[in-house]
Design a protein. Sequence first.
Length: 382
Amino acid sequence: MLSGAPPTDRAKHEPDHMRYAYRQCRMRSGNSWWSLRSRRETLALRPGRMPSSGVVQKKTRLDTSRIRAAREAIDPVFLDTPLYRCEALEPGLGCTVSIKLETANPVRSFKGRGTEVVASLLADGGPRAVVCASAGNLGQALAWSGRGRGLDVTVVASRFATAAKLDRIRALGARLELVDGDHELARERAAAIARYDGVRLVEDSLDIETCEGAATIGLELVDAVSSFDAVLIALGGGALATGVGHVLKDRAPGVEVICVQPLGAPAMTHSWRQRRVVTTELTDTIADGVAGRCPIPAVLDDLLLVADDAVLVQEASIVAGMRMLLDHAGLVVEPSAALGIAAILEDRDRFADRHVVTIVCGSNVDVDDYRRWVGAAPLPRL
C-alpha cells in the first residue's frame, strides 16, 4: 500500500496479498466476514457469556495469527510507531518509562490500525456504505480509511464532542450527524441508521477488526523491547486494552497489563472488578475518548482474560500527566493519552524501579481546552 497516496489511487496500489491476507486468515480460523455480523449482534446482547454466570470463557475472541495478518491490511503509515525510553520523565515518576507513540500519523491516534482492517475487508466485496458512532478519533480514522477505498462513511457523534475532532471528520469527507446527548446516544443512533438504511455498522471494540488492528501495537512492543515489567493502557470501550493485552499474554505473559480509566468514567473498570457489566448514568471527565457508560459484554469477557488490573485516576492527575508529557517529552496529547502517566503519579511506590511502557494513544485535543487545562496545572512533584 502506498502511504500517503491520493485517496483514489491508494486501493489500486494495494497488492492483492495484502488486501486478502487478513480475510483469508479469518476464514481459516472460523471467523468469516459475513458470519461475524450475526455473531456480533448476538454477543452484544448475551451477558450469559460472562464468567460470573457460570460459563467460563477460556479464550478471547482474538487470534494471534489474524493479528499478524492484519498488519498486511494496514497502511504502513500507522505501523512501527516510535517506541523509546523517555529518561526526562523518570526523575518525576521514579521508574524507567518507555513511550509507545501512536500520534504520529494522519489521524493522530491508534484508531487507524483498526479502521484500516475494517475498510480493507469492506473494499474486498463488503458493503460500500458504513456508519459508526464516535467520540471523535474512530470517526476520523474510519473517514480516512474509507476515503482511500471509495467507501461512503457516516459518523454519528455528540454535538458536545471536541470541536477539533468533529472538524477533522468533516474535512476527511465523512457525513457527520450530531445527536443531543452523549456517546451512548450516538451509538444508538448509529445502530438505527445501520438497521434502517441497511449499511454496515462498525462498533468499536465489539467488531473484532478494531481489536485486532489495535493488537498490532502489542506485536511491536514484544518485538522491539527486550524487557519491560508492565504496560499501561487507556481503557475506554476496550479495543486497545483487549488487543494489546491479548498479544502480551500470548507472547510475554510475565508483563503486567494495567488498564487505566478516569474516576469520572469508571464503567468498564467497575465491570472488570465485579466480573459483570456495570453501567453508569453519567460521565464526568475531560478524557472524552474513554468516557463510555455501557460496557459491551463480549469485550468485558476478553478484558477479564487479559488484564491484570484496572485502576481509576483523578482528573488532576490526568492534567498533571499531560503537563509532564509536554514539559519533559515535548508531546501535546489529549487527556486519554495521559492516563498511563496519571496512574504512575498516583501510585509511585507500585512502579518504583520497574520498567513501564505507556501507550500515548491520541493527540486530538482542542487548543483552547488544552491551554486552559495544562496552563493551570501545577508542576508535578519531582
